[in-house]
Design a protein around this ligand. Structure first.
Ligand code: F0G
Length: 354
């Protein structure tokens, strides 16, 4: 049998044993695509790679953490998992709970979930509860609920989530046969930057010369940038609903990743996110969701600022955390509308301008 998911592949680096029931949808092993056109388009003389995490089974990186969190929950005899979510975590938790044959409860902020994500959670049979509050409030509620009732919390404060997600850094190191110089990525609840940094540090420890430590470059949306502003944001706003988060649970470990690596956590505006979202789709054929494009928006911002020295062409990985099909509304609203033509060859030729 071929690839069977990240627990089987990285078993010796993960807290699992022969007794752990592996709940997997064969997540991980996602493409690391060398960008063909972006460097020219952006006037950048280094190498850009796109780690397309939208190719995971439910369309986001959350599956890496969820295979671990749900497998360990089942090992512990849990019958119900619970999470708060801006969408992707709920889609992933619902799918893995369905596969495990256990119940899943998700709390989502009302009206702020992309359509694809909601459709996944409901189709996989989760109990979906919309709260009249935002993600941060939902997270506080599920933390309290899981401390008082027999419910396993599968948000990224569950340490098994971080263990699963760190495998994306392993895959990058293995594909490149070295580490990147910089990693650009979105930051929301800040679990993923924590996980990547852990993964890179583990590879570095095992082979320090081969796997040096990349600078971690994290990007929040400007209206939801608590780490950048230095205080929680009570009413976070952004078009990138996945990272509409005002008080990240892994704040401290995100700052550690930034500081230990010599990187940055900065912000990008919704306009910059939408522009990057279009550019990567049009120039590379890669359709990611808006939150994911904040990594590209961050890269564009730093190239424009002259952050990179041209004498030292850098090797950069941008993490594209979720698939564009998750959020068809944002795509259709922001793309050029289809043109109406008659069902007629002449009209078609005239319209495309031969
Ligand atoms: N990109 C996407 C597509 C996400 O869904 C998220 C988080 C992030 C980036 C940020 O990752 O939270 O580890 O810093 N989504 C969570 C959710 C919060 O509920 O689906 P992070």
């Amino acid at each position: 049998m071929g690839y069977r998911g990240l627990i089987e592949k990285y078993r010796k680096n993960l807290p699992v044993s022969d007794k752990t029931p592996v709940i997997s949808l064969h997540e991980g092993n996602t493409p690391l695509l060398p960008a063909r056109n972006l460097p020219d388009k952006l006037g950048f003389n280094g190498k850009i790679y796109l780690k397309f995490e939208g190719m995971n089974p439910t369309g986001s990186f959350k599956d890496r953490g969820m295979t671990m969190a749900v497998s360990k929950a089942v090992e512990d005899g849990s019958k119900i998992v619970i999470c708060a979510s801006t969408g992707n975590t709920s889609a992933s938790a619902a799918a893995y709970a369905a596969r495990a044959g256990i119940k899943c409860v998700v709390l989502i902020p009302e009206g702020k979930i992309a359509l694809g994500k909601l459709s996944q959670a409901v189709m996989h049979g989760a109990e979906v509860l919309e709260i009249d509050g935002n993600f941060d409030e939902a997270l506080n509620l599920v933390k309290e609920l899981s401390s008082k009732y027999p419910l396993t919390l599968v948000n990224s404060i569950n340490p098994f989530r971080i263990e699963g997600q760190k495998t994306a850094a392993y895959e990058i190191c293995e594909s490149l046969e070295q580490s990147p110089d910089y990693q650009f990525m979105p930051v929301g609840n800040a679990g993923n930057i924590t996980a990547y940094w852990k993964g890179y540090k583990e590879y570095n420890k095992a082979a320090p010369e081969k796997y040096t430590l990349p600078k971690m470059m994290g990007f929040q949306a400007a209206g939801s940038a608590p780490i950048v502003e230095g205080h929680p944001i009570t009413n976070p706003e952004t078009i990138a609903t996945a990272i509409r988060i005002g008080n990240p649970a892994s704040w401290k470990t995100a700052e550690e990743a930034r500081d230990e690596s010599g990187g940055v956590i900065d912000k990008v505006t919704d306009e910059e996110i939408l522009e990057a979202y279009r550019i990567v789709a049009v120039t590379e054929g890669v359709f990611c969701e808006p939150a994911s494009a904040s990594s590209i928006a961050g890269l564009i911002k730093y190239i424009k600022q002259g952050y990179f020295k041209s004498a030292d062409p850098a090797k950069i990985v941008c993490i594209l955390t979720g698939h564009g099909l998750k959020d068809p509304d944002t795509a259709v609203t922001n793309a050029v509308k289809p043109q109406k033509v008659k069902a007629d060859i002449k009209d078609i030729i005239n319209t495309i301008g031969f």
